[in-house]
Structures are given as C-alpha cells and as structure tokens.
Design a protein around this ligand. Structure first.
Ligand code: DON
Length: 566
C-alpha cells in the first residue's frame, strides 16, 4: 500500500505540472495475462483503480476506488449523489449484478409533475429538488465490497479523498465544461463556490480542490454506508431538501438498499452476453436486438454499409418499442423478461422486418421521455480474470446542479427518468404508460447497460457507455464489431455508431463519419436520417484470445479518458 500511496503522490504532482498528459495517455494500453486493467473517463480515476489492483485488491475493490475517484475528477457524472449498476463476472464464469439505482422518495406519486392547473411542469420533473431520487452509489459500493471485495474499505476511499482535498489540475475539457455548468446555476451558492473561483470560471491548469466533498468521503471511509445515509452527511442532505422543497427525507435515506440481482443472459453466435436486468432496460434490449439480428448474415452485408445499418435500425426500433411498453422496476411491476429475451419473440419481431425498406413507427405508438446524454461507464479486469463493468450517473450533466451545502457533492435529477403524466402520451415526447410511473420507493427505468462478453467459459470483453437511450445501441455495436466483424477492442470502440430509438422515428448517424452515398441509400429505404454528435464513450477492455493480454481501450471520443494496467 505504501507503494500505491507513493504512486498517487507522484501522479498528483505530474497532474499539477502537466495537464496535457491526459491527452497523451488516453487511448489504448495492453498488459499481459495475470495483470489487471482499468479504463475510465478520467485517467486519475483509472490510476486510483490500478493502484488498488497493484496493492492486492480485486476487480470489485478497484471498481469501487475508481468510482469514488470519478466522483471527484469527473463531476458531471461520477458521483456519490447518484446511482447506477455493476456487473461482476467471476473467474469461474458465474456472474452477478449490483443494482444501486436511485429510488423515489416515500412521498413521491405519479401526479407529482403537474402544476396547480394540472399541466405538466417539465422544470420540476427534470431540474428541481423534487427531481432528486434517493442516492444509491454509496450503498451499492458498500454492498459490492461486503459481498465480493478483499481490500480494506478505508484504502478504497483514500485516493478520492486525496484528490478532493489536495486537488487536481483541470484539463481543458473539464474547465470548459465547469464554466458552462456553473453559469447555469447561479441560484445555488454551494455549487458556484465549489466549481468556480468566487464566481469566475476556473481555467485549464487550475487546481480544483473540493474540501467539503473530502469531508463527506472521510465520513464514508469511517462509517461505510452509515457515513452517508446517517449522521452529518444525511442531515446536510435533508436540510437542503427541506430548504428547496424536495421530498427526500431521513427515512428515505435510512431505508435505501442496494440490491443484488441476477443478470440478463443472452447468447449470440456462440458468445455469451451478461447484461443488466431491470430497473435497467439495457440487458433486455441488447439481447432482444441480438436475437433479432441472429437471423441475418451481418458480416456478409459489410460493416456500416446501408444494408447493415438498415437491419440495425429495424432491430433497434423493435426493441425500443418493447422497452416503452413493458420495462420498469421489477420489484414493483411484472415484466415478462423471459418472453422479451426469447428466440420466439425475436422470430415474431423479424416477421414484419423488410430487408429493403424501413418500417414506420406507427401512430398510436408511444413517444419517449426526455433523457440527457451524461453518465459514465468504466471497465475493470484483475489479474485473476474477475471482470467488473460499472455504469453510473447523476442523469443530466451535473445532475440537478445542486451541491449539498457543507457536504460538497452533487445531487442527481434521476426522477426525470420516470414517465411524466399518467395516461398522457403525445408527439412532443411525453409518455404516460403505467409501468414506469413514479411510486414510493420505485426505481426509475434506466438505459444503462454495463455488459460482459464471454465465450466457451472465457472472458472476451467488458463494455458499456453513457448516452441515455443511445447507450443500448452503442453497446450493441461494440458487441457486433467484436463478434461479426472480428475487430480488436480498440477498433470496435472507435468505429462510427448509429442510433434509432423507435420514436421519434429518426435514424441518427455520428456526423461526418458516414459518406453521402450511405446516407442517400438509407434515405432511399425510407429512413429519416439525422446527423448527430458523438455517440457514447465506451471505455472497454478486451482479452486477446491468443495471449490472454488485457487490452484497455479508452474511447477516443474523450481525451481525458485513460486505460491503466497494473
Ligand atoms: O439511467 C438512464 O438511462 C439515464 N438517466 C442515463 C442518462 C445518461 O446516460 C446520460 N449519459 N450520458
């Protein structure tokens, strides 16, 4: 551990001196069999996880340390005030899932997004104290560690505490992001104080110190989950809720529980897919799409050809229709998981799939609620081959924008993932189906899709992504690139991506990565093609089938990301 601490100090000094190092170090790193690898959205967080592996921790320990460090270095999505999901595959091939999704407070109800006149109030649904769900991250990390960790809990907090209290140098990307964010929340003084210098933007190379966050992390270090859900941190959180008219109370914090769940399993061309079950829609949707696509020879179509993209879009359209119709928290509503992931269902969905022309997302179909594209995914493999995929989020970039005064962490706005208005569905994007309405203690539906791929009992890859509903399709394409197109993990992650989510009926292509001939051919088939920004950040690890080497692939779409082997 002494070695790890020295490493951390050296790293921090380098970080203070060389802000551009991040750009240089992002991308791909490979280490031999019997070594570990961490790939995350911030290289300092990857190094926190790497140091835990070097000190004898396993992949679960490293995932916890990485997640806590991201709560400091990647504040738009890394968090202790949000929630998410962890998939763990053990070296013997068994797997489990930890669900630390936020829950609705006890006082929540389906009509809570209506104003006094019964009109939908979008601001309250997405950006208010009422949009804050009960945070799950600390309980999730505590549970994962209790069940599967081997390192001493306090050591997992140490890197994050160091980064919060001593600070780290801002990259250009983060400085720009913070400047834009702080300007949007002048009415939250604790937010302005934490992420600016007396209201003036921080610049690239400035040191960001977050002492209040360091204090909260120290309380978690000393008290585990009780250091967050009880005592001073909980009191500060509830005080802010009371001040701002939120629903979350002490009883909600005390009752919050992370849950261990059985992963969704699928198989595709001999590969085994291990995905997240509800309250995520991710595992089900990815498996449904793979089942549909197993009926076609995608490799023969060619990667990202019009015919290939057309089949992807049609599979996506159908899986997202199922998502809107069925998926929600299975602790509260019945979801026919077996039916949705069955080959029979896929065969049924293929029946009206025309290989030459686009279907239409039918009138009377439902449109989907707003979701922001901000979340973070990271992947870990340890020297024994234990693999961990974590996707967690505050929902929007920087969540609700509310820093808890005195506690230094941002609160999520995850309640926005519940449906808006009971029974009301319209072309502007509101959906009112029953399963995903807000109810006390229900978990809101998610798209987050941490995923592990295996074959013949061997680990093949660990992947996942941010990006709201695009997450599901980003993961699908990373898997297809690996399986159907035999790409290495670096190429599979870098390749251009497409997205269709049933409604609105648009086929989104990453801008400037598809030629005009491809766009024209898709339009000729009847697709409404739309140019979109970068899709996803799929920080992944692939295992070289010949040597067992762990190849960490940081998605090149984020220059701050980093792959670190031990
Ligand atoms: O849980 C969900 O699916 C969304 N709240 C995630 C939001 C998201 O991915 C934003 N990402 N970049």
């Amino acid at each position: 551990m002494r070695h790890a601490t020295t490493n951390r100090r050296l790293t921090r000094r380098l970080a203070l001196l060389l802000p551009l190092l991040a750009t240089i170090c992002a991308a791909t790193e490979s280490v031999p069999l019997a070594s570990g690898m961490v790939v995350s959205d911030h290289w300092l967080a990857s190094e926190a996880g790497r140091d835990v592996l070097a000190a004898g921790g396993n992949a679960v320990d490293a995932a916890i340390a990485t997640g806590l460090a991201l709560a400091v270095t990647h504040p738009s999505a890394g968090n202790i005030g949000g929630g998410g999901f962890m998939i763990i595959r053990f070296p013997n091939g068994t797997a489990t899932a930890i669900d630390f999704r936020e829950t609705a407070p006890m006082a929540a109800h389906a009509d809570m997004w209506l104003d006094d006149d019964g009109e939908y109030w979008r601001q309250v649904h997405h950006y208010s104290h009422k949009a804050v769900g009960v945070p799950g991250t600390v309980a999730g990390f505590d549970k994962a560690h209790q069940l599967y960790g081997v390192a001493q809990w306090p050591t997992l907090l140490a890197p994050a505490i160091d980064l919060a209290e001593e600070g780290f140098s801002l990259s250009e990307r983060l400085a720009n992001s913070l400047a834009g964010f702080v300007g949007r929340f002048p009415h939250y003084p604790a937010t302005v104080a934490q992420f600016s210098r007396d209201g003036l933007p921080l610049a690239m190379g400035d040191t960001l110190r977050q002492p209040d966050l360091g204090g909260s992390l120290r309380r978690i270090q000393a008290g585990r989950r009780d250091g967050f859900y009880r005592g001073p941190t909980a009191l500060l959180l509830v005080a802010e809720m009371t001040r701002g008219g939120g629903l979350l109370q002490m009883v909600d914090l005390e009752r919050y529980e992370a849950r261990e769940r059985t992963p969704i399993r699928g198989s595709y061309h001999g590969y085994e897919i291990i995905g997240m079950p509800p309250p995520s829609s991710g595992g089900v949707a990815v498996v449904t799409m793979l089942n549909i696509l197993a009926g076609y020879d995608l490799a023969a179509m060619g990667h990202n050809t019009p015919g290939y993209i057309h089949h992807l879009a049609e599979a996506m359209r159908r899986a997202f229709r199922d998502r809107a119709r069925w998926l929600a928290d299975t602790d509260v509503v019945d979801v026919p998981l077996h039916m949705l992931t069955s080959q029979e269902h896929a065969a049924h969905l293929r029946q009206d799939l025309d290989s030459r022309s686009a279907s239409v997302s039918a009138p009377g179909d439902l449109t989907l609620p707003y979701e922001s594209p901000e979340t973070t995914h990271y992947s870990v493999v340890d020297s024994d081959g234990m693999a961990v995929a974590v996707t967690y989020t505050l929902e929007a970039a920087y969540g609700s924008g509310i820093v808890v005064p005195g506690a230094g962490f941002l609160l999520n706005n995850q309640m926005g993932d519940f449906n808006a208005v009971r029974g009301h569905t319209d072309e502007f994007g509101l959906i009112g189906t029953e399963p995903n309405l807000a109810r006390p203690s229900q978990r809101m539906l998610s798209s987050m899709s941490p995923t592990i791929l295996a074959k013949d009992g061997h680990l093949v890859a660990v992947t996942g992504s941010p990006g709201g509903r695009t997450i599901i399709n980003t993961v699908l394409q990373v898997l297809l690139n690996l399986i159907d197109f035999d790409m290495g993990i670096e190429a599979a992650v870098a390749a251009a991506r497409v997205h269709h989510q049933w409604l609105p009926d648009r086929l989104r292509l990453e801008a400037e990565r598809f030629d005009s001939g491809t766009v024209a051919a898709l339009q000729d088939m009847g697709h409404m093609v739309q140019a979109a920004g970068r899709q996803g950040l799929a920080h992944s690890i692939g295992i070289d089938p010949d040597t067992g080497a762990r190849v960490g692939a940081a998605d090149p779409r984020n220059a701050d990301a980093g792959a670190r082997g031990d």
